[in-house]
Write a protein that binds this ligand. Sequence first.
Ligand code: ADP
Length: 431
Amino acid sequence: MNRRLLFWIPVALRLLLVVAGAGIVWYFFGPVVALAAMLGAMVVMLVTQLHYLYQLSDWLDNPGSARLPDGWGAWTDIFSRLYKLRRDDEKNQAELAEWLARFRQAMSLLPDGVVIMDDVLFLEWCNPAAERHLGLELARDKGMRVTNLIRTPSFIDYVVLGRYEQPLTLNLRERKLIVQIIPFESRRQILVTHDVTDAERVDMMRRDFIANASHELRTPLTVINGFLEIAYAQPNLELQTRMSHLKLMIEQGQRMQNLVEDMLTLTRLESVEHPLRPERVDIRTLLEQIRQEALALSAGRHQVSLEIDGPDIRGSADELRSAFGNLASNAVRYTPEHGSIALTWKMTEEGPRFTVKDTGIGIRLEHIARLTERFYRVDKSRSRETQGTGLGLAIVKHVLLRHDAALEIESEPGKGSTFTVKFPKKAVFAE
Ligand code: ADP
C-alpha cells in the first residue's frame, strides 16, 4: 500500500475515534463536557507526540547510546525505520573497517613502498616498505611535507620539474630505488618506490662473471690460435717443435675444458631447479676415492693419509665428492714436493667434520676471507700452472651451503693450511 496512505489512515482513524468519543460524551453529558473531554484527549495526544519527539532528539544527540523506544502510532514506524537505518549504517561501517584493515595488511606486505600525499606533497599515509626505503616514520612524519623529509637534490628537482611520466632513480641510504609520483583524484598523489639494489647487485655479479669467464677463456684460446697460425704458416716445422706446440695446445685445451666444467657445475649448484636430494653418503667409499684421486694428481710427490672415525651422513654424494675433491686437489697443488696431506673424518660434539691439512705454501690472512669468491686467486701463475680455474672454492662454498655446512680456513704462510668442513649434527645419517 502507498506509504502516504499507510501514514494518514491510522492518524485519521485515531482522530475519528476522538471525535466519535466526544460525540458519545456530548450525547450523554452535553457539549461542555464533550469539548472538555476532546481537549483532554488532544492534550494527551500532544504530550505523547512531544514525549516521543524529545526521545528522538535525545537519541539523535547520541545515536549509539540507547535503544530507541517502541513508540506509539506513527512513531512505531518512524522508530523502527530509524533503528534499521542505524543498524545498516553500523554494518556498513564494520564492513568498511574490515576492508580498510585488509587493505592496510595487503599494503604492509607489499615489497614496494606506497606514500599517499596531498596535492602540495604533505604526507597523509605510507606503508612500512616506504618507511624502510625512504627513512620515514608515519607516526612522526604524518602531515609533514615530503620534500622536507627526503632532501636528496635529485628528488627535489624531480618534484619541482613535475615530469612524473618518467620514474626517477634515487640512491638513498645505500639502496638504489626507482621512484615515481602518480597523481590521482584531483588533490592527491601517490609516490611509489621500488628497491632494485639486490637485482642490480645480481646483475653486476653476472656481468663480472661473464667478463671474468671470457677473460679466462681468452688466454688459452690465444695460445691455441697462435700455435695453429704457426703450424699453418710453417708446415715444415721440426717434429720436436711441433710436438712441443701440440703438448702446449693440449694443456690449454684441457684448461678450457676444466673451466667450462667448473662453470657448468657452479650454474647447476645455483639453479633452483636442481635442489639437493639427500641420500646416504658412504663416507669411507667417498673418501677412499678422494685419496686415490689426490695420489694420482700428486704422482708420488706427496704423502696422502686418510683417517676415518665418524658416521655416514645425509647429502648428495656427487656434490660432496666435487667439494671434497676440490679441497684435496688444492692441497696437492699448493704443497711443494715431499709435503704431506692429511684427510680426516671425525665426529665432534657439534657434528661431523672433514679436514684437509697440508704442509704447503699457506695463505696470508688478508686473502682468506676472499678465497671462495669466483676467480679469486692468491697467486695467479701458480693456479694456472697447476690447471686451476679459480672456481674450486666457489664450488665448495655452494655445495656446503646446500648441506647447511660451513667452511673454516686456517693457514700460516710457509707452513701449511687446514680446510675444515663443519656439518651440523642433523646431517648424521640415522638408520
Ligand atoms: P684455483 O683453481 O685457483 O685453485 P680455488 O678456488 O680452488 O681456485 O682456490 C682459490 C685460491 O685459494 C687459489 O688460487 C690459491 O691461491 C688459494 N688456495 C686454495 N687452497 C689452497 C691451499 N691448500 N694452500 C694454499 N693456497 C690455497
